[in-house]
Design a protein around this ligand. Structure first.
Ligand SMILES: Nc1nc2c(ncn2[C@@H]2O[C@H](COP(=O)(O)OP(=O)(O)OP(=O)(O)O)[C@@H](O)[C@H]2O)c(=O)[nH]1
Ligand SMILES: [Mg+2]
Length: 437
């Protein structure tokens, strides 16, 4: 497993740039570093200016080079970092040099894989790193950074240790006499198991919020035809993206755009107006509207002030009620929780964006202090919760079954951290990263 042959990759972005960062990882790169920098000795973590020459002595580029001695590096191996000019020709020439030196191009995520094998990162840290590299908004950056810096690992490790301890106590009940064990140990481990079960269930229920922060809040504009959904979509975006017309049934397909609202990424969708459609294409459009509603984190229910208003007495939790065409209404009664807008004059658009921001913040708050559950970890967390539940439902006094279920729960958490992991999980986790990470 610990085969640290020499690998290299471009760690900065591809294409023309001021500076390119090339990273090399391997065992014993010290001599290679001396050769690159043309020095007799070098310190670790020190920036050296160098005339980088190829194997025949021709100058490739003037660069800055840094040597990181194992184990104090990102991967835990020796690392050389070269900061060259960011021209593709320079980068290719440097790659050629490292190939001549016996190195090979790293595969996507291979540096992180090394960091994992050398115990520098666990899998939840790698998930965090992958999310950080994808981060577009401030909330995404914060959430990913917390995971990458081990916030999630800490929680998972604590859970796992408690499960192992509970399992050990349950097994001990069978093997030891009562007076050799802490008093009421049976009750204590049941209470602790219940608490773990509740904590994990809460984390799972926050999955939607964490997912929304990571990949954007899905917000859909929904309502009857001709109420002004597309006009509002354009007004919120500040751009004429969706077609607007006075013909009911104008929007047939879902039109989406991403925007940043208060630091959160939002995927805003304009949908086909809902009515009894006879047209085949419009029917498909309405079916798509329904699936958009199912996937939405927040729904903007749009109605027209020209029509009869319908607000349910129990407003749906993640729905914002908007009465558009307020310019065409004689009065706009002040009903709690309802926003009047006019896509025509721009009245109320700011208020609507503020209301969206408020709903997003409310959802996002539930994600704080929670682990970042993703597609990979969600199934394993559910497995752990199921095992804990089975332990709690085991017949009283049947502590061997109790011990077995809590041990399996600990295994599921171990898989989240990568302590116990199949190779295909590793492949999937590391391949989400780009080259040079
Ligand atoms: N007076 C007034 N007219 C508006 C307002 N918003 C939209 N309209 C008009 O209402 C008509 C329908 O607007 P759209 O935005 O296409 O409505 P829609 O809800 O997307 O309609 P469908 O796509 O058919 O479901 C157009 O003629 C708009 O110009 C508004 O605030 N005030
Ligand atoms: Mg429309």
């Amino acid at each position: 497993m610990n085969n640290n042959d020499t690998i290299f990759a471009l760690s900065s972005g591809h294409g023309k740039s001021g500076v390119a960062v090339i990273r090399v990882s391997g065992d014993d790169l010290y001599n290679l570093f001396l050769q690159i920098t043309n020095r007799k000795s070098a310190d670790t973590r020190h920036a050296y200016f160098a005339n980088f020459r190829d194997t025949s002595g021709d100058l490739i580029d003037q660069v800055i080079a840094v040597y990181f001695a194992a184990p104090h590096s990102f991967t835990g191996t020796d690392i050389i970092e070269i900061y060259s000019h960011g021209a593709p020709a320079v980068v290719n020439k440097i790659f050629e040099y490292f190939r001549d030196m016996g190195g090979r191009m790293a595969t996507p995520g291979e540096f992180s894989r090394r960091a994992f094998y050398n115990n520098k990162m666990d899998l939840t840290d790698v998930d965090g790193l992958a999310a950080l590299l994808d981060a577009q908004t401030d909330a995404q950056r914060k959430s990913a950074l917390a995971s990458m810096l081990g916030g999630d690992s800490e929680i998972y490790n604590a859970w796992r240790h408690q499960m192992i301890e509970i399992s050990a106590y349950a097994a001990a009940i069978l093997d030891y006499a009562d007076d050799e064990l802490p008093t009421n140990i049976g009750d204590t481990i049941r209470k602790k198991t219940k608490k773990l079960y509740d904590e994990i269930s809460t984390a799972i229920s926050h999955h939607a919020a964490v997912r929304a922060i990571r990949s954007g809040f899905n917000i859909a504009l929904v309502g009857r035809t001709n109420v002004g959904k597309s006009s509002l979509f354009n007004a919120i975006l500040g751009a004429n993206r969706a077609i607007v017309s006075d013909i009911p049934g104008t929007t047939r397909d879902v039109v989406s755009a991403t925007l940043d609202i208060g630091g959160y990424m939002v995927n805003l969708s304009d949908t086909a107006g809902i009515r009894r459609a006879t047209d085949t294409i419009e029917k498909i459009g309405i079916a798509r509207t329904k699936s958009e509603i199912e996937n939405a984190d927040i729904i903007i229910n749009v109605q027209s002030a020209k029509n009869k208003i319908q607000i349910p007495s129990h407003a749906a939790p993640n729905t914002i009620y908007v009465i558009n065409k307020s310019d065409a209404a004689h009065t706009t009664p002040n009903i709690r929780g309802i926003i009047y807008t006019s896509a025509k004059t721009g009245t109320g658009i700011k208020k609507l964006i503020t209301a969206i921001n408020k709903k997003i913040s409310a959802i996002a708050n539930t994600a704080e202090s929670s682990v970042a559950v993703n597609a990979r970890t969600r199934g394993l967390l559910s497995d752990a919760a199921t095992e804990l539940n089975s332990a709690l439902n085991a017949p009283v006094e049947n502590y061997d079954i109790f011990a077995e279920h809590t041990r399996r729960a600990a295994d599921a958490i171990g898989k989240i951290l990568g302590t116990i992991t199949a190779n295909d999980v590793l492949d999937a986790t590391f391949s989400q990263l780009c080259l040079g990470k």
